[in-house]
Design a protein around this ligand. Structure first.
Ligand code: C2E
Ligand code: CA
Ligand code: CA
Ligand code: CA
Length: 279
């Protein structure tokens, strides 16, 4: 029995090593991916629940791996964060999203805001604000057409510094949203201190708003609280008419989800812009 136990540990070790090796390979691929231009952005519309008009779009990174095909950001973003590759990748995302949004404005589409996800480790970079300003100048996009999505985890290391950085971003005219709201634990403590404009209700809460569950307590509470703090609320992951209806009845401002559209590569998103009513 003792031996069997030890063998199990050895098997476990071997599996761990294989996983570690696999991640190492993927990390190397990530680095090359940036050079080989294997990344692209997909855009998902955000629409007003009252009017159905498009108010903005979220830029979401996609990786077309030469052998594996499309790799999910849920898989490679954590790895990019661990290896700090998220710094150059994140900068690429910002530049690409700003350039694309400016191109759409120049092409005559009504101006809307592009939302870009920032990871906590980007947020901790001392030159973050300078980098963002440089990109806006380079691309010519006006600051009010960029929005940054952050999660509560950015406050984990140094809350005061995180708030100071948010102020710098905000003072420059860039909006800030709290992403995945309700899944962190510091929410209510800090919310009042954050210079933010928008809360995004996490899709896990939207998913529970079904015929069977009727679990609307959390979205209802988030919407009421956000409005009392003068914040806009966007529901993510809206897939059904019923969820849309329930959110609308509760005064949620905007929505994002497959019901309207999946995230689309730029050319297909442009098609959608032709068809959706504009802001
Ligand atoms: P997120 O920021 O919460 O993005 C929302 C995710 O929900 C996206 O997954 C989107 O495709 C998906 N989604 C949108 N509508 C629906 C829906 O109706 N139903 C369902 N089931 N899902 C929906 P995606 O694109 O796979 O991204 C996953 C996560 O990866 C993002 O979550 C974000 O945390 C991260 N991520 C994506 N792009 C970037 C990026 O450029 N930078 C950083 N730092 N993180 C990113
Ligand atoms: Ca997001
Ligand atoms: Ca989210
Ligand atoms: Ca998420």
């Amino acid at each position: 029995a003792k031996n069997a136990g030890r063998n199990q540990y050895q098997l476990y070790d071997a599996a761990m090593n294989a996983r570690a090796a696999e991640r190492l390979v993927l990390a190397g691929d990530l680095r090359k991916g940036l050079e080989r231009e294997e990344f692209f952005l997909a855009y998902q519309p955000q629409v007003c629940l009252m009017t159905g008009r498009i108010t903005g779009m979220e830029a979401l990174i996609r990786w077309k791996h030469p052998e594996r095909g499309l790799v999910s950001p849920a898989e490679f973003i954590p790895l990019a964060e661990e290896t700090k590759l998220i710094i150059p990748i994140g900068e690429w995302v910002l530049r690409t999203a700003c350039r694309q949004n400016k191109a759409w404005q120049d092409a005559g589409f009504p101006p809307v805001c592009v939302s870009v996800n920032l990871s906590a480790c980007q947020f901790g970079q001392p030159n973050l604000v300078a980098m963002i300003k440089k990109i806006l100048q380079e691309t010519g996009l006006a600051p009010q057409y960029l929005n940054l999505e952050i999660t509560e985890s950015i406050t984990m290391n140094n809350v005061e510094r995180a708030i100071a950085t948010m102020h710098e971003i905000n003072d420059y005219g860039i909006g800030i949203s709290i992403d995945d709201f309700g899944t962190g634990y510091s929410s209510l403590n800090y919310l009042k201190k954050f210079p933010i404009q928008t809360l995004k209700i996490d899709q896990s809460f939207v998913r529970d708003m079904t015929e069977e569950h009727h679990d609307v307590a959390i979205p209802t509470a988030i919407i009421a609280m956000a409005h009392s703090l003068k914040l806009k609320v966007i529901a993510e992951g809206v897939e059904t008419e019923m969820q849309q209806q329930m959110l609308r009845e509760r005064g949620c401002d905007e929505m994002q989800g497959y019901l309207i559209s999946r995230p689309l590569p730029a050319p297909e998103f442009e098609e959608l812009l032709h068809n959706l009513p504009a802001a």
